[in-house]
Write a protein that binds this ligand. Structure first.
Ligand SMILES: Cc1cc2nc3c(=O)[nH]c(=O)nc-3n(C[C@H](O)[C@H](O)[C@H](O)COP(=O)(O)OP(=O)(O)OC[C@H]3O[C@@H](n4cnc5c(N)ncnc54)[C@H](O)[C@@H]3O)c2cc1C
Length: 410
């Protein structure tokens, strides 16, 4: 067992830290208040090679794995960006890049991956629907095959980054839920170039992370060809099983980073703030919760690294990404990574929330003022109980697949 960063990972951590320090909390405060995308930050993380971390070198990426991605994310979040460190990388560097790198045809990889690596195009993933929510298998967006093309209609909700994306990974049904013999069959992923007159979006005003828009999307007679399909026809669920774990790992690493940022600011403040004879940081009632949360976050970090380590070892691109049987068969190997990822997500998020809560408490009334950023981190971190997967669904996974308890829902 080796707990040390490799030389390469150390370089990534240092670089991420330097970039994050260039974009301190006050920068994100302003972006959040103005609802403005951070163009210059995006250029910097693209130039640093972080967007292309998971993209093979032959397509202009760094050819690295999830371990390196989470080192970058944690350090970006920890040293200044808060949630933004994971958010922007997630939409393009994981959501868009990873499925193409692993399930794209040679033509799709050549067309999109070099441009993603250079930060020229942004991506998004459209999974969630108003009538499906947590139950992705229930999606209703339908791709109907007619005269050799696919005509797609449906509605998506909470699609982050679609307003800027030039590439959307769209999850559809190609066999209706009620007609498929196996519920996990009949989902198909498409790559959609944006803007497209058949795809309309409107932002949903939201609680935090306002340096990025999250939108409702309507899809009206979108016409695509078979060449736009990503992965096997009808086997999209198995592609999702592969790429949604990295998404959870990324957000867990982001939670750890953000929480440590909040803790470090609260500690600094607590050493200066005096209301009775001594600084408030000398009070054990404030020290212990931070110490406890910090310890749990370190444990969560180890679990995220374990999940990423297994992922990098186990997950290999299929030899033929259109081969349904091969892709379905590969999913059997994902249990270990799913186990580690879900446990990491539950622990990282709960303890990050605890840490930010206590950071806010330490700031007293100032914790409620925008000027000290902690109220923004509070808004940011609470999202992770709801997305990318809710804590309940992660716990359902643990109860069912690790503890062997009966599935509690139909
Ligand atoms: C800011 C933001 C950004 C997002 N970005 C994206 C994006 O880019 N792309 C995308 O596709 N989606 C995105 N989402 C959607 C997100 O993944 C979903 O909101 C999330 O999966 C939950 O779905 P829902 O909101 O429909 O909740 P519901 O499915 O309606 O669930 C409501 C509540 O019921 C609980 N619940 C449901 N079923 C069970 C069960 N079986 N057992 C126990 N509890 C259960 C849930 O845990 C939750 O607490 C985003 C959401 C937000 C808020």
């Amino acid at each position: 067992m080796d707990f040390e960063y490799s030389d390469e990972q150390r370089l990534i951590a240092d670089l991420a830290r330097r970039i994050a320090e260039k974009y301190p909390p006050e920068y994100w405060r302003e972006k959040d208040e103005r609802h403005e995308f951070a163009e210059e930050y995006w250029r910097d993380v693209s130039e640093a090679g972080f967007v292309g971390t998971l993209i093979p070198e032959e397509y202009g990426g760094a050819g690295m794995g999830m371990e390196e991605m989470i080192v970058a994310i944690e350090n970006l979040c920890r040293y200044g960006t808060g949630m933004a460190g994971v958010w922007y990388l997630m939409l393009t560097g994981i959501f868009a890049a990873l499925p193409i790198a692993r399930y794209g045809t040679r033509e799709q990889k050549e067309k999109y991956l070099p441009r993603i690596s250079r930060g020229e195009i942004e991506g998004c993933a459209a999974i969630t629907e108003p009538n499906a929510g947590t139950n992705t298998l229930r999606i209703e967006t339908y791709a109907e095959k007619k005269n050799g093309e696919y005509i797609i209609n449906g509605n998506k909700v909470f699609i982050s980054g679609v307003d800027r994306a030039e590439l959307m990974v769209l999850v559809t049904r190609t066999i209706p839920y009620d007609e498929t013999p196996r519920k996990t069959m009949g989902l198909t992923l498409f790559l959609v170039e944006l803007p497209n007159k058949s795809v309309k979006w409107s932002p949903i005003p939201k609680h935090g992370i306002n340096y990025s828009h999250t939108c409702e999307v309507s899809i009206d007679n979108l016409r695509l060809s078979e060449d736009d399909i990503l992965g096997p026809i009808d086997g999209g669920w198995y592609v999702l099983l592969d790429i949604l774990n990295p998404e959870r790992m990324g957000f867990s690493a982001g939670a750890v980073g953000l929480a440590k940022l909040a803790i470090s600011k609260a500690v600094e403040y607590s050493k200066e703030r005096k209301v009775f004879a001594d600084p408030i940081g000398s009070y054990q009632s404030l020290q212990h919760p931070l110490a406890e949360a910090y310890s749990s976050l370190e444990c969560a970090k180890l679990m995220v690294h374990k999940a990423a380590w297994i992922y990098d070892k186990v997950h290999r691109p299929p030899s033929n990404p259109r081969d349904l049987n091969e892709v379905v068969g590969m999913a059997r190997q994902y249990k270990e990574v799913g186990d580690a990822t879900n446990m990491a997500k539950v622990v990282a998020v709960e303890n990050a929330i605890k840490a930010v809560y206590w950071a806010m408490q330490i700031y007293g009334g100032y914790g409620y003022a925008k000027e000290f950023d902690v109220e923004r981190w509070w808004r940011e971190i609470n999202l992770l109980r709801l997305a990318p997967v809710t804590q309940q669904m992660a716990l359902n996974y643990i109860a069912q697949h690790i503890l062997g308890m009966p599935r509690s829902y139909r």
